[in-house]
Structure formats: structure tokens, C-alpha cells
Design a protein around this ligand. Sequence first.
Ligand code: CP
Ligand code: NVA
Length: 310
Amino acid sequence: MRHFLTLKDFSKEELLEMITLAQKIKAQTKQRQFVPYMEHQTLGMIFEKSSTRTRVSFETGIYQLGGVGLFLSSNDIQLGRGEPMKDTSRVISRMVDMVMIRTFEQSKLEEFAKYSKVPVINGLTDMYHPVQLMTDYLTMIEFGKEKNQVVAYVGDGNNMAHSWLMLAAKLGFELRVATPVGYECDETIVTEALEIAKSSGATLSFGNDPKVAVNGCDVVTTDTWISMGQEEEKEARLKVFDGYIVNEDLMDLAKPDAIFLHCLPAYRGYEVSEETFERHEEVVFTEAENRLHAQKGIMVWLDQKRNEKH
Ligand code: CP
Ligand code: NVA
């Protein structure tokens, strides 16, 4: 049985298998052909943080696969009153067929997975957001950006930046990260990604100048400067990130046909200008829709792997 906790745990071939499945199921869905790959299965969805896309895409996705989703907000279940993660896991995983968790520390997710009888999917932690990156790669393919692309990530060295690092390292493309001093990516993750990149041929570079990162690139991406759980740092962060906005002046340095990606929610006037965001809205909202399709690919892949074992 496999879990989907970080992209680090998968080979390039496995990640591409999930993407291929997602493309196939997306095409079927577009024809209103709902193949019950996961008939009668229940997906438990535990949320310790807010969500629009993750909740709607997983719940709709499992339903379209023939199953049902259970939305479990930590405010409403005993986890929020202190029941240990490992007990929550041992209870829920005896009743459902798969679990998605959005939480804070990666270690909490890992603990749930350790005690779980069913596959567990990372729906975002402070460290990683891997389902989003599978989605972003699917979107890049759809917009013709999967071959020899150069991606620039501008902004906070956060869960999105870490997941971009792992995706680039695994798939072997060039990623340039520009963050303010003091807001760089986690050193351990950078070291791991650089190690993985040695065998995939990925080029990973790090700096503090968005212009250097974006120069001549094919894909520009960013994320909020204030992630969930960092609300108290807002004032300080807004000062530090001044100058890291992705706007038309910055986009002018990328290739003329460069696309802009954003996992959303977007904060206009902060990490992205209104003009840049709206000019790329077709890509950005296709990306949002692709959460539904990419995650179906991941869920079906995990389910197939489990069945292979028995
Ligand atoms: N991108 C993303 O994960 O969005 P939500 O926080 O709305 O789920
Ligand atoms: N970095 C953001 C991503 C939101 C989808 C956060 O963790 O809040």
C-alpha cells in the first residue's frame, strides 16, 4: 500500500503514470463518462485548515469515481478536542477506503499514515502541497510547457516552493527560485532536491532577485506571502516581500508566450498584480479545475497499487 505524502516518495515514472491516468479520466469526464473506478469507496477528508479548491475537488472527484467523500473539519471531530492523531487514524482508517488530510506539521500527516490501514493523501501541510504540483504539471502539459521548460518561482520559500523543488528534481526540469533573504526554502529540502536532481538532470537555482529568476523563462509562478498559520506575521512579511510582486514589468522579462500559474487563493496587489492575474486567468482557472482531474488520477493510482498487492 502506498501513501501520497510527498513527491519525494515516487519515481518519475510513477508520477507520470498518475498524470496519464488523470488525462484519461479528465477526457472521460469531459464526455460525461463517469467510470466507477472507486465504486462504493469512501474518502475521509480531514481539514485542520481552510480550503475551497481542495475540499470541492476531492469531494466531487471521489463522487465522480463512484464513491463518496466525508468532510471532517477538525473543529467538528474529536481531533480538534485533543484526540491523538494516531487514534483518529486507527478509527477512521477502519471505516473508510482512503484518507486525505490537510494539516500543519508534516509529522502529523506522517503519524496518521503510519497508523492507517488505507492510503493517505497530503492535502497540504506547512511543508508540502504535492497534489497541487501534480495539478500544475498537468496544466503545464495542457498549455504546451512540459518539454525543456524553465520555471521561475517568485516569493516565499514555503510549501509550494518546496513542492516545486521536488517536482523539478524528480521530473528533471529547470527551476529558479527567488525568495527574500530570510524566507528561503528549507535547507533540508533543498539538499534533498539537489541530490535527486543529480540523477534526473534537473537544474535548481536559488537567489533573491525575481528578475534574474524570470529572465527568459517559460512559466512564472508565485504563492501568497502569508500562508495559513502565519497570519500574525502579516505586517512584517508585507514589508519583506515588497518588490516580489509578479506584475507586467516582471512578466516582460519572461518569454513572450510564458504562462503564469498560481495555486490560489491569490491576493492581488501583493504577490501578483491584478493586470497580470487577469491576463492569465484562463491558465489559472484551468489550473484550479485541474485539481479535480489530477487528484482523480492520484486516487485511482493509489487504489490500483493497493489492489495489485492483494
Ligand atoms: N490551492 C489550494 O489548495 O486551494 P484551497 O486552499 O482553497 O484548497
Ligand atoms: N502556501 C499557502 C498555499 C495555499 C493553497 C498556504 O499554505 O496557505
